[in-house]
Every structure is written in C-alpha cells, then in structure tokens.
Design a protein around this ligand. Structure first.
Ligand code: HEM
Length: 122
C-alpha cells in the first residue's frame, strides 16, 4: 500500500523520506489512511506517540555522538546482480529491505560513522 502510485504519486516506489517534507506531503494530509505502520481508526496503536518520542530521542543521541554517517558501498554491493535490471525500487536502491515480522536490511546495513568532536556539539 505504501508503494501505490495512485495514493503516493508517481515516485512511490522510491525510498525517499523527503516526501514527508516537501509538497508531496499533500498525498498524506488529504488522506491520512494511506500511512498505516500504526494502523488507523479506533484501534490505532496506543503507543504511537511514545514510539515517535523514543525514536526521536535515539536519533538525537546518535547525532550528538556521530557527525557523519555514510553508506559503506565498498563493503556491500547493492543491488545484487539479479535485481539490477529488474523493475521497481530494488533495481535502484543501495539498501535492500526485507520483511519478516518486522522490516530489516538484507545482510545488514554497513556504514562508516565519524565520531563527533566536542566542537561539533557546541
Ligand atoms: C514503531 C513502534 C510500533 C509500531 C510500528 C506499532 C504498530 C502497531 C499496530 C500496527 C497495531 C495494531 C492496530 C490495530 O489492531 O488496528 C498496534 C497496536 C497496539 N500497540 Fe503498537 N506499535 C508500536 C509501538 C508500540 C508501543 C511502544 C506501545 C506501548 C508502549 C504500543 C502499544 C500498542 C497497543 C496497546 C496496541 C493495541 C491497541 C488496540 O488494540 O486497541 N505499540 N501497534
């Protein structure tokens, strides 16, 4: 559902969190029921706001500790040969998402992180 072009626009296949920050937000504001990680309606997840607070706190701590995070493309070669010529997002993306009970990154997410100096935090 979160990849449907009729709901999210022509670039729905592309992983681009920027879509929540620019004019493409119109798709969600006009129809909030298209975004369902916490479901919606009377049985919506009771911990939604708690989860948002928790991940926000984690991200702030992460960004206070590391000033750069880059994908280690020399360690992981994405997309795998079989997917490179395929249709959709798997042919373009450098990180391949898989799903089980929850989502995860296939074979791990390899990054290089630069430790923030005290000067970065002032
Ligand atoms: C990223 C984190 C989380 C996600 C993606 C998530 C997702 C969901 C989903 C999809 C449902 C099912 C809603 C339905 O049946 O229609 C649900 C229900 C629920 N969640 Fe979460 N949840 C998260 C974190 C949490 C946390 C941190 C708590 C508690 C502190 C929590 C408490 C609940 C409760 C109590 C329900 C049952 C609500 C009901 O049936 O009325 N969740 N959650």
């Amino acid at each position: 559902m979160h990849r449907r072009t009729d709901l999210w626009g022509p670039d729905a296949e592309i992983f681009d969190p920027g879509r929540f920050l620019d004019e493409r937000l119109k798709y969600l504001t006009s129809n909030p029921f298209i975004f369902l990680p916490f479901n919606a309606g009377p049985r919506i997840c009771l911990g939604q706001q708690f989860a948002y607070n928790e991940i926000s706190f984690f991200l702030v701590c992460l960004l206070q500790t590391f000033s750069s995070i880059t994908l280690a493309e020399d360690v992981q070669t994405r997309p795998p040969a079989g997917l490179a010529k395929g249709m959709g997002r798997n042919s373009q993306e450098k990180v391949i998402i898989k799903h089980h009970l929850t989502l995860y990154v296939d074979k791990g997410l390899w990054v290089r992180m630069g430790k923030a100096s005290d000067a970065d935090n002032m």
